[in-house]
Design a protein around this ligand. Structure first.
Ligand code: IVH
Length: 678
């Protein structure tokens, strides 16, 4: 092969590899196999090895090459890298437009572009004659840091444009702005890998992306699954499009990655409709967005509107309510649950998250505190999203002062002072003292609750009184209470005592399923209790069942079966069952009644469905809702419990908003079913 033809082959390989990179990392639609790709890359490297003088910075072989740097070099941006004004609701959005119209009548007839506001790190990319020559952070907007070597490792970033030789020729000098970030699934996979090798995990995709780019070793950046989306031109020495919408298409045709979630809106009404859609769409995005950016499409008009400080008037960040905030971890408390499980919880400096003041958050378990190295006094990141209980994601290590204290799990139960125990292979620590007052209170609370013995009027206050006074040491003691005894308690008069005794008496006729649920066996909830009641005629028979027998029942796995057997094996519990029998709390299984006990998670709720859902057909979801005990109607009214909205939801969404009916997407709906079936 002659040198000339080898040089030509090299050029062709570079083009092809750039193109396949683009198909794979930008479009997510590769057209060759990994194997074929590797072959091309191998061939490129062979030629480059023979002719090192031919290696150029835009070669796909040169993504990771640079050695770790000592420090970042400062670079001045060719034009200020601006930020955006914020709006925190539709009213503020409308006020923005009204202000602009007063400033310039043309805004009344303006069209817009709506883009996701991706939560990552702003980057400024310089191309000279189509070659990526420099990448920088935003810095203070005037001067940023040169992170070229790190950015080169991002596969979605084209080292040469246009990627497709048929594409438009960019101006000789072109500076684009974009956001480097990480997809949620890549972030989770990364954290899982780190956890497996016992390394510190990251807090969220944003911090991970920023941290990976602002460190000095490109090899480390290369190992992080970063990606990129671009959305603006900062400077160019040739003509560029006059509208934002055309500009996005232009960037895309150059081979720069552009979000596929961008939307064109012909007027303000369409913007408002887009905002509604995004409100729901937010939770289904594969990346984290803290809002959407609304931009006046006409770039000349936008520029003429000028600035307020560093914020251009022609664009606005519409922020979603925050879901993650930082606050101080004042202390760690420990709760004792019904089954004796000790669970730590965070006592926080009160902080508002999405309109709710949060003072406490879950810390899951003691292992979690240790794994995340959460210390008392830390600034911690707290998340509250959708239906879940607020939880602590982890500490902000950079904010440590040295005064933080390590948390040591208690060796004894905080409620009764007895030593706690740990079961091999389980994360939980237990207080195994059956007489532990904390457990007793929880146990009783559960025993009398609606899905269990349903003793009306026996709330947490009275439960605590009964335990504190020593009148009740076991749920069975409820059935021995007398009027005289109750009258000695604070707040009890004749009527109240009589009513309570009557309610307790009435609970004796609850079906077996309710009583099984009331026992509070670990792993046995309402659904399983109903299943057990259909198989076993009474508690005595159930108490003699073996693990093997139990496992033949649908839904009963080895852990639950063992937990049931263990429960009945404890002497205290045997005694408890015998006492219930003596006291006449002894329902026997009656088929029809037990059948009715099977709870329907959506009972009492009315749904309206609109738009296209990812995994249900319209008929499918209706049937599912009905099976789960819910009702489906066609139009939204104030009696609608939830609007389930999918893609392209229309006027029903507006109606729901007007009436304040909660709107959930499919994921939110499934979470609701899951939560209510517990
Ligand atoms: S436009 C004049 N568009 O949000 C142009 N910003 O302060 C101003 N961001 O950190 C920015 N996605 O990097 C724009 N589609 C998008 C964006 C976006 C994310 C970031 C931006 C900056 C912040 C706005």
């Amino acid at each position: 092969m002659t040198e000339d033809s080898e040089f030509e082959e090299l050029q062709r390989l570079k083009r092809e590899i750039h193109f396949h990179n683009y198909r794979y990392y930008v479009l997510d639609a590769p057209i060759i196999s990994d194997y074929e790709y590797d072959r091309l890359m191998q061939r490129l490297k062979e030629i480059e090895a023979r002719h090192p003088e031919w290696i150029t910075p835009d070669s796909p072989s040169q993504r990771v090459g640079a050695a770790a740097a000592e420090k970042f070099v400062k670079v001045r941006h060719p034009a200020p890298i601006l930020s955006l004004g914020n709006a925190y609701g539709v009213d503020e959005l409308k006020a923005w437009i009204e202000r602009l119209i007063r400033l310039d009548e043309r805004v009344r007839y303006a069209d817009f572009v709506v883009e996701p506001k991706i939560d990552g790190l702003t980057v400024v990319l310089t191309y000279r004659d189509g070659v990526f020559v420099q990448g920088a952070t935003r810095g203070d907007g005037e001067v940023g840091e040169d992170i070229t070597a790190n950015l080169r490792t991002i596969r979605a970033l084209p080292l040469r444009i246009p990627v497709d030789p048929e594409g438009p020729q960019p101006p000789g000098f072109l500076v684009v702005r974009g956001e480097a970030f990480m997809y949620i699934r890549d972030f989770e996979a990364l954290n899982q890998r780190l956890e497996e090798v016992g390394e510190r995990t990251y807090l969220n995709p944003r911090n991970t992306a920023a941290g990976s780019l602002r460190q000095l070793d490109p090899a480390l950046t290369a190992s992080r699954p970063l990606t990129l989306l671009t959305y603006a031109i900062v400077a160019a020495d040739g003509p560029t499009p006059q509208t934002q919408w055309e500009l996005l298409q232009y960037l895309r045709r150059l081979g720069l990655p552009v979000s596929s979630d961008v939307e064109y809106c012909a007027n303000l009404d369409e913007v408002l409709a887009a905002v509604e859609r995004w409100w729901v769409k937010r939770d289904t995005l594969p990346y984290e967005a803290d809002g959407i950016v609304i931009k006046i499409n006409d770039l000349k008009l936008a520029a003429e509107l000028g600035f307020v400080g560093k914020d251009p008037r022609g664009a606005l960040a519409f922020k979603f309510p925050a879901r993650e905030v930082t606050t101080r971890l004042i202390d760690i408390g420990v709760n004792v649950g019904r089954t004796g499980v000790l669970t730590p919880y965070a006592i926080l400096e009160p902080v508002e998250i999405g309109g709710v003041v949060v003072r406490q958050a879950t810390l899951h378990n003691f292992d979690y505190i240790k794994e995340k190295d959460i210390r008392i006094g830390d600034r911690v990141l707290v998340k509250r999203a959708g239906e879940v209980i607020p939880y602590v994601i982890g500490p902000v290590v950079e904010a440590r002062t040295g005064d933080e204290k390590e948390f040591i799990p208690p060796a004894t139960c905080p409620a009764c002072g007895q030593p706690v125990e740990h079961l091999e292979g389980e994360v939980a620590w237990y207080c195994v003292n059956l007489a532990c007052p904390a457990q007793l209170v929880r146990n009783l609370e559960h025993f009398v609750s609606r899905g269990a013995m349903d003793i009306v009027g026996l709330g947490i206050k009275i439960v605590e009184q009964l335990v504190e006074s020593g009148l009740v040491k076991s749920p069975a003691d409820l059935y021995t209470l007398t009027k005289e005894a109750l009258l000695k308690l604070e707040g009890f008069a004749d009527k109240k005592a009589e009513n309570l005794l009557q309610a307790i008496e009435a609970s004796k006729s609850r079906p077996l399923a309710r009583l099984i649920n009331a026992l509070g066996i670990r792993g046995v909830g309402e659904v399983m209790a109903a299943d057990l009641a259909r198989v076993f005629p009474d508690l005595e028979t159930l108490s003699r069942a073996t693990v093997e027998t139990l496992m033949t029942i649908e839904g009963v796995g080895p852990n639950t079966a063992q937990s049931i057997v263990d429960w009945f094996a404890r002497p205290g519990n045997r005694e408890f069952i015998q006492r219930l029998k003596q006291l006449g709390v002894w329902p026997v299984s009656r088929m029809e009644e037990e059948e009715k006990e099977r709870p329907k998670p959506l009972a009492g709720l009315t749904f309206v469905v609109t738009g296209t859902l990812p995994s249900f057909t319209r008929e499918g979801i209706k049937e599912f809702i009905q099976q789960q005990g819910g009702k489906v109607t066609d139009s939204v009214s104030k009696n609608t419990s939830y609007l389930v909205a999918g893609e392209a939801a229309g006027s029903k969404l507006d109606k729901a908003r007007q009436l304040g009916v909660p709107v959930i997407d499919e994921a939110g709906f499934m979470a609701l079913v899951g939560q209510r079936s517990k």
